[in-house]
Design a protein around this ligand. Structure first.
Ligand code: TXA
Ligand code: MG
Length: 346
């Protein structure tokens, strides 16, 4: 799978007619895969209606193909081509939150290829809030299946450089739109159950959804340990940094004690912490990821700091835990999956 990966850097206000957008769109029509920025993370796109194009996504990522993908569209009109019907609640959510980091699970009409839906009767759809993504979707005139543009198991890419690290030589091209905004993936909301259910917390928070919906459930698989996963993506190791990550739940003093004990045992430790804790630690390897008071900033920095520590320098990463509300729920969901161990203050 050794190919030349084209790198384009379009203007910040791209037009469908730009050469870079046209080249990328043409490659997509030729069943190639192209990475592009969205407001959450970079996606790896292919024609969602074409099975062999979608197969290339799984090959490039090394991702198991029983894990369904999100279909990206540039208008609500295109959703109608993909689903049996649009329920009232879903329409309300699209009007309020699209374009934006909210993915809706709806009943598929079979137009999305079966390796997009992993054989399910449902399909995941969202409209990204990013000028480049929207220009590409319009130029290609295709719905694009796009998972995060990382090698399977790695932290999701929030910069074109991260996509290159993981996929250069394995995909046809990368559209560089600079760093993404939200930093964690979209919220996945199942609209086929009577009460809509969050299958993956993300950029649109439960609190945001409650402004529009009378009731929102959180899928039990997100909280419980032994309930079988509804969203197949939930069961794989995800977002893993190079060195094992331990998540520490407790006060700052507890964190500091854990750090010192492990250091005394001879481990080379990298710390990921809020600005507030980072300042107190006086440790050589600390990556601050924003203020505790600003979980939006923490979400934005998260994947980048997870990529930063290299196993040649660090044996173990100790990471602070964050409040589990607002976009903090998405941060904690990803950190829990990225960790191999959770240490809780007694
Ligand atoms: O922000 C995002 O959503 C990014 C950007 C690129 O748009 N995309 C992304 O895609 O995160 P991916 O493939 O990495 O995540 C898809 C998630 C997985 O958790 C998957 O299990 C779930 O959506 N999913 C997809 N189709 C589903 C379906 N029919 N039923 C339940 N869950 C589904
Ligand atoms: Mg992903």
């Amino acid at each position: 799978m050794d190919m030349i990966t084209k790198l384009w850097k379009p203007s910040a206000q791209p037009k469908e007619s730009d050469v870079s957008i046209q080249e990328a769109a043409n490659l997509l029509r030729e069943q190639q895969v192209v990475a592009f920025p969205t407001e959450t993370v970079y996606g790896l796109g292919a024609d969602a209606t074409n099975e062999s194009a979608v197969k290339r996504i799984f090959e490039a990522k090394g991702r198991p193909s029983d894990n369904p993908l999100i279909v990206h569209v540039a208008s609500i009109r295109e959703v109608e081509d993909l689903v049996t019907h649009i329920p009232q609640v879903a329409r309300k959510l699209m009007e309020r939150f699209w374009p934006g980091p909210l993915t809706l699970i709806l009943e598929s009409n079979g137009t999305a290829s079966k390796n997009v839906t992993a054989g399910l009767k449902t399909v995941a759809i969202r409209m990204p809030d990013h000028a480049l993504a929207l220009a590409l979707l319009k130029a290609a005139e295709l719905p694009l299946a796009a998972p995060s543009a990382n090698r399977s198991g790695r932290p999701s890419p929030t910069k074109a450089e991260h996509v290159r690290q993981d996929l250069e030589g394995r995909i046809a091209g990368i559209l560089d739109g600079g760093p993404t905004g939200v930093g964690v993936e979209s919220t996945v909301l199942d609209c086929t159950s009577e009460i809509p259910a969050i299958l993956r917390p993300g950029g649109i928070t439960k609190e945001d959804l409650e402004e529009v919906l009378p009731e929102v459930k959180i899928d039990p698989a997100l909280t419980g340990k032994d309930t079988p996963p509804v969203s197949p993506g939930m069961k794989y190791t995800h977002y893993a940094p190079e060195s094992p990550l331990w998540l520490i739940k407790g006060e700052d003093e507890f964190f500091r004690n854990q750090l010192h004990e492990l250091q005394e045992e001879g481990y080379r430790i990298g710390v990921i912490a809020s600005n507030e804790l980072a300042e107190k630690l006086h440790h050589d390897f600390v990556l601050p990821c924003g203020s505790r008071e600003n979980l939006t900033e923490v979400a934005n920095r998260l994947y980048e700091v997870l990529r930063e520590y290299k196993k040649s320098d660090i044996d173990l990463i100790l990471c602070e835990s964050f409040p589990n509300y607002g976009v903090g729920a998405a941060v904690m969901n990803r950190l829990t999956k990225a960790s191999v161990k959770i240490i809780e203050q007694p």
